[in-house]
Design a protein around this ligand. Structure first.
Ligand SMILES: Cc1cc2nc3c(=O)[nH]c(=O)nc-3n(C[C@H](O)[C@H](O)[C@H](O)COP(=O)(O)OP(=O)(O)OC[C@H]3O[C@@H](n4cnc5c(N)ncnc54)[C@H](O)[C@@H]3O)c2cc1C
Length: 238
């Protein structure tokens, strides 16, 4: 065996599990197909329960020390929730996913676990003792267990032919992390009767400490393009 656990995918899920296994002293390998961490605009905020889980692991304080990550308005299915600390011990905070991923990657590396990048899982074979994972570059890794943390379009799920019951999405959303001059960072939502909407809210700071805001445009069905027309459409402008 090369390792007890192979985690495929070094996003928030894979890195959180890697940290748990690290703390438990389990030998773990973490692989990701990307040569570098993604800088796309994904999660903009961290929910109370996640903040509590980070706090339990002693990671909340160092995470919040990476920049200005303000308490901001949460929402339920797009309906803004009031910003009241009395409702939560640790209220919703704006922390860009790029910041969280960078934080976790550095935290794991400081404890000796380095994500192996440029490792795209393309095949796997299971037997009674474990799993052999094969990567696009022709290398293989043998582990007792393999964990799929490879996101919404999971290769592992496809390779295992695991079902993924559900329905196609009913709306399309475009997100961009932007820096705007002038106005104070406030939160605003605009809704149209035809189902289109827009929102702008403070997103704390980017890894360089510069203030960011999240601009989100939504529309019904496929009203908005699913794929970026240019890299700047969905990537951070930082
Ligand atoms: C616009 C947007 C806004 C969002 N806002 C929020 C929010 O405010 N709050 C919130 O909690 N969530 C939010 N989310 C959801 C959040 O981004 C996801 O839940 C989160 O990224 C899931 O993490 P993950 O680690 O499971 O998967 P991912 O982040 O998708 O990571 C999967 C990793 O697996 C790697 N991978 C994929 N295939 C392979 C392969 N074959 N071999 C090796 N590696 C592979 C990928 O490169 C990637 O690094 C948002 C998402 C989007 C898109």
């Amino acid at each position: 065996m090369d390792t007890d656990v192979l985690i495929v995918g070094a996003g928030p899920t894979g890195m959180t599990l890697a940290n748990e296994l690290l703390m438990a002293g389990v030998s773990t390998a973490l692989v990701d197909k990307l040569a570098q961490r993604s800088d796309l605009s994904k999660a903009g905020g961290v929910q109370s329960r996640t903040l509590e889980a980070l706090d339990q692991r002693g990671l909340l304080e160092p995470l919040l020390a990476t920049g200005n990550h303000p308490v901001t308005t949460g929402h339920f299915a797009g309906v803004p929730l009031p910003r009241r600390s009395s409702r939560h011990r640790l209220p919703w905070r704006s922390v860009p996913q790029v910041v969280i991923e960078q934080f976790f990657e550095q935290h794991l590396a400081a404890h000796g676990l380095h994500a192996r990048r440029d490792h795209e899982l393309v095949r796997l074979a299971q037997d009674d003792d474990g799993v052999t994972a094969a990567f696009a570059d022709g290398t293989t890794l043998r582990s007792r267990y393999l964990v799929a943390a490879d996101g919404a379009h999971s290769t592992v799920r496809s390779l295992l032919r695991a079902e993924f019951p559900g329905q196609p999405g009913t709306s399309t959303v475009i997100a961009a992390d932007v820096r705007l001059g002038g106005a104070e960072p406030t939160t605003s939502h605009t809704w149209n009767e035809d189902g289109h909407w827009a929102a702008l809210f403070p997103l704390g700071t980017d890894p360089q400490g510069r203030p960011l805001r999240r601009l989100v445009l939504g529309g019904p069905g496929q009203a908005l393009p699913r794929r970026p027309r240019s890299p700047r459409t969905t990537s951070t402008t930082a």
